[in-house]
Design a protein around this ligand. Structure first.
Ligand code: PNS
Length: 157
């Protein structure tokens, strides 16, 4: 059985994340979405809320499971017996840091990283930008699933 881990902070999950998760789910037998509980910055949504939103947004995907992790991603991968991470690349600016993380994860945990180029329609999207525009009342329905848009409205007013 082929498996992959799609990691992230998902604060909150966007259509850009979903694009990568859906494409991974169509290529692997099982996809584990790994939501970190340790962001190093104050998240808008608590980890349980972020997980609930990812779960609701991926409910149509039978082979996708959501888990949280705290600590190293390679330890999560090892604990679940998965040796492959799938990440989205939006632009060249993503590449430098993603390359460092991929090489670190390969070195300390022998975990491979496969990059998927983000669909061009979502290449400008980030959770931070979505939160920023939502905070000022912009319509975010083109950027996040309805359940996330509702959660943003409830949290930000
Ligand atoms: O959604 P993000 O912020 O791009 O996700 C980044 C994430 C959570 C995948 C990355 O920060 C991570 O793997 N964190 C876990 C801690 C870890 O393993 N750090 C070493 C990375 S080489």
């Amino acid at each position: 059985m082929t498996s992959a881990v799609c990691p992230g902070s998902f604060d909150p999950v966007t259509y850009g994340h979903l694009d990568v998760i859906e494409r991974a789910a169509s290529r692997f037998d099982q996809v584990l979405v790994a939501c970190t509980s340790n962001l190093g910055k104050e998240p808008l949504f608590a980890v349980d809320e972020r997980v609930d939103l990812v779960r609701a947004a991926t409910a149509h995907l039978d082979n996708v499971r959501i888990e949280t992790f705290d600590g190293l991603l390679v330890d999560f991968c090892r604990a679940h017996g998965v040796g492959l991470i799938v990440k989205g690349l939006r632009a060249v600016s993503d590449f430098e840091y993603e390359l460092q993380m991929a090489q670190m994860n390969s070195t300390i945990g022998e975990v491979e990283t496969l990059f998927m180029t983000t669909s061009p329609v979502y290449s400008f999207l980030s959770s931070s930008l979505v939160k920023e525009v939502a905070r000022f009342g912009a319509d975010v329905s083109g950027f996040v699933p309805p359940v996330v848009a509702a959660a943003l409205r409830a949290r930000l007013g």
